[in-house]
Design a protein around this ligand. Sequence first.
Ligand SMILES: Cc1cc2nc3c(=O)[nH]c(=O)nc-3n(C[C@H](O)[C@H](O)[C@H](O)COP(=O)(O)O)c2cc1C
Length: 235
Amino acid sequence: MKRFFLLSIVLLLAYGGVQAQAMKTKKPSKNTETVDGRATGVSLKIAESIPLPEPHKGLEVPLQQVLKHRQTVREFREEELSVEVLSSLLWCTYGFNRPEEAKRVVPSAVNCQEYDIYVFTREGVYLYDAKSHSLGRVTEGDHRSLISKQKFFGVAPVSIVLVANYDRMKMFKETADRDFYAAADCGYISQNIYLFCSAAELGTVACGGINRDGIHKLLGIKNGRAMLAHPVGMK
Ligand SMILES: Cc1cc2nc3c(=O)[nH]c(=O)nc-3n(C[C@H](O)[C@H](O)[C@H](O)COP(=O)(O)O)c2cc1C
């Protein structure tokens, strides 16, 4: 497997200031209730902001090879991902590729960019802020196994939960239209996770069979829906 520098996420989360070399280092901000400058729709406050290092490293893989190796993996090793890998994974999932236009690596219907990207780890649950390319801690503790009855959620070091935030979809007057576009937009994000994992020789699986009520309660989702979850880890 392509080797990344194995600084664990545990260390990242325990020592938020360790990213001295990070190109986008920022001071932690306390009690922010927004992500990407917009309302999150979550009732829990973001306790702490943790900057991520510059993404993109190790992504120079031909598209043909990436597509050839894209597949679902359900057996993971427990080893943590490096912070560099996590950074690139999140950028590929929902980062800004045209920050000057506030546009992302994935398209979205009417450019509503309705997704909130939650990262479940052993240490806690974090919300990805693409604008500052950082993680905001939503809650502490290991909640990975709450996501689903499928056992691999408790094994993979990271699970990404894709939550459609309906507060950003008010332009759709019909519920059926809103749900259709939320599902369509979700597919692009999910596929980006698959493609990154293929390129980085990691495993992932898109999971729709998840404990939505439990996730909504934990994250304080009042007007939205956890659509898919992706455990990610070494295979
Ligand atoms: C929308 C969606 C939901 C899925 N939900 C689950 C799931 O809940 N559990 C699971 O083990 N796999 C799930 N999968 C993975 C599929 O079973 C898998 O993609 C399919 O078997 C094809 O295998 P491949 O991805 O290796 O081509 C889901 C896939 C998609 C696209």
